[in-house]
Structure formats: C-alpha cells, structure tokens
Write a protein that binds this ligand. Structure first.
Ligand SMILES: [Mg+2]
Length: 176
C-alpha cells in the first residue's frame, strides 16, 4: 500500500510582514479576494485630495479611517461562504487603520494584505505579485472583486475570475 504524501501546510509564522492574519484563520485553501477602496469602503469623499494641482496621496490615504462602508461589498463579504483575503494597494502607513476600519465596520476577513514598507509598484504589479505569493503559500483564489478595471483584467489574465464593482473613481483618471 502506498502511503499518501503528507500535505505541506504553510507555516502561518512564515507570513510576510505586510500580511495580517486574523487569529485562528486557516492558512491555505479556497479564498476570495476583496479590494478595499471602492469595494468595501467608500473613498469617494476623499478623492478631492487627488484632484487639481499636486495629488495629496498621504492625505487621501490617512482620511480612509473615516470612510463609510459600501453596502454591496460589505454585504457580499458577510454572506460569502469562503475565507476572505483583503488586498489593498494602500501604503503601509495605513495598515493598522485599515484593519481597525474592517473591525469597526464588521467586515469579516481572514487575511489583510497591504503594501510592504516603501513599495512603489503600481496597484496592478503589486496585486499580481501578491496573487502569486498567495498561490505559493497554498491558497487557491476562487474569485477576486475589485473596482479597478486594470486589476480585473490582471486577475483574469492570471486565471482568476474577477468581479468588477463600478466605483467610478477610475472614470476621473485617478483613484485607488
Ligand atoms: Mg479599489
């Protein structure tokens, strides 16, 4: 009789520093990716930081703690029967704010991924790299939900079905 190969379980202690795992969350297996701004949180009132003159990106991201939740995305997150990975291209300095916001707005999550410190890649490059990192860590991404058409295209190009939410931010030529 041939013994089955032991399943390699990723070690949660080996998570990168910019991955925040909810206590008790499983590592690996089927997951759904949610974007944050424009899917779960309403970033429209702070788009003003990006319009006209020099965009104030720090002001834009710092104001995110005050966002109202977006009903459609939050309801979807609450009813979905798979673990949730929130991936946001927000910079590292609002990592703690983002996790606090998710808790305050009762958005379920298993893993939150923000940019590593000092990361300057485009949102698409960053999210594509994190998708590959998730796969390497034993995750199977069943669906991704994002309001950036470029990210939707990227996920599909990487073999992940993606659901587009129209926030309208990208109609302005800016947004996050
Ligand atoms: Mg977004």
């Amino acid at each position: 009789m041939i013994e089955p190969e032991p399943q390699l379980k990723p070690d949660p202690g080996a998570d990168p520093d910019h991955w925040h795992r909810r206590a008790g969350a499983a590592s690996g297996g089927d997951v759904v990716i949610f974007d944050l701004d424009g899917v779960l949180s309403d970033a429209s009132p702070r788009q003003v930081h990006l319009l006209g003159g020099v965009p104030d990106w720090d002001g834009f991201f710092a104001a995110g703690i005050h966002d109202e939740p977006l009903s459609a995305g939050v309801v979807l997150a609450r009813v979905i029967a798979l673990p949730i990975v929130v991936i946001t291209a927000r910079p590292a300095f609002v990592h703690a704010d983002s996790i606090e916001w998710l808790g305050a707005n009762r958005v379920p999550f298993d893993l939150v991924i923000t940019r590593p410190e000092g990361d300057r890649r485009s949102s698409v490059e960053f999210k594509a790299a994190e998708l590959e990192a998730l796969r390497a860590a034993g995750y199977d991404v069943v669906l991704a939900i994002d309001d950036d058409p470029s990210n939707v295209e990227m996920y599909r190009a990487h073999g992940v079905e993606a659901l587009y939410i129209h926030s309208g931010y990208y109609d302005l030529g800016v947004g996050s």
